[in-house]
Design a protein around this ligand. Sequence first.
Ligand SMILES: Nc1ncnc2c1ncn2[C@@H]1O[C@H](COP(=O)(O)OP(=O)(O)O)[C@@H](O)[C@H]1O
Ligand SMILES: [Mg+2]
Length: 264
Amino acid sequence: MQLLYPKSPLHSKQPDEQFAAEVDAFHAAGFEVSIFSVEDFQTGIFRPTPPLPNAAEILYRGWMFSAAEYEALVSAISRAGAHPVTDCQTYLASHHLPNWCSMLSDLTPETRVYPSDCDLEAELRALDWPEYFIKDYVKSLKTSVGSRISKPEHVAAVVSDMRRFRGIIEGGFCVRRVENFLPDTERRYFVLDGVPHAASGDAPPIVHECAKRLRSRFYSVDVVQRTDGELRIVEVGDGQVSDLVGWTPEQFVIVLARHFLHKQ
Ligand SMILES: Nc1ncnc2c1ncn2[C@@H]1O[C@H](COP(=O)(O)OP(=O)(O)O)[C@@H](O)[C@H]1O
Ligand SMILES: [Mg+2]
């Protein structure tokens, strides 16, 4: 298996600064790493350096891609004679909330999904919940008014800020019931070929349950503690585009090295 990372927009021989420490850790563990220009890729040019070896299995790590962009990446990797660890359908199985949420409905806040052109305020009125957590298929609104509202008439401001900060509504809207989570209890785990991994110690049973139900090869699982003590799944993400929240690059790389290079 070999890694593929975005290039730095400023220094074209180097990986993007955001991922430099991770790339160093992968090199130190003995992995090959190629880098590619995301700007060129978005204009149809895919020229990774060094070139992808023929028939190699490629794990991308980097910025999130839309469904269309990821599909294009899969095609570009295939045209280069290599093959991706994660195909497009598998990427979206973890990256788009409605796909994983429906498999974990008893472990995660109740969620309704709406098309991006719906009358969301009317839909919230129909739901008549005490509070609503609003996001698109991929991201919440962490700036300005935030994602959490109690009055349906406040949703227009959330949606306009989502469009302003994120550019588009990706996929559609997800409306989630608000649950009371304890501050600073959210932890990220990674599941690789059915095996849960924690940055340190063991992953809790709820992550093992996810690993049984979600069959993608590589994804992240965010677990948070509710005020009643229950652990809940707050988010699942594709492992290629998940930040290393709570993990050092070295801890992350060890998981992949043990799996792909059989290093102890
Ligand atoms: N249903 C919910 N009830 C209460 N808090 C929530 C809920 N969903 C998300 N949150 C809080 O908002 C944060 C961001 O939500 P998340 O779904 O992880 O979006 P993002 O993709 O932007 O990280 C979570 O880390 C959690 O603290
Ligand atoms: Mg999150």
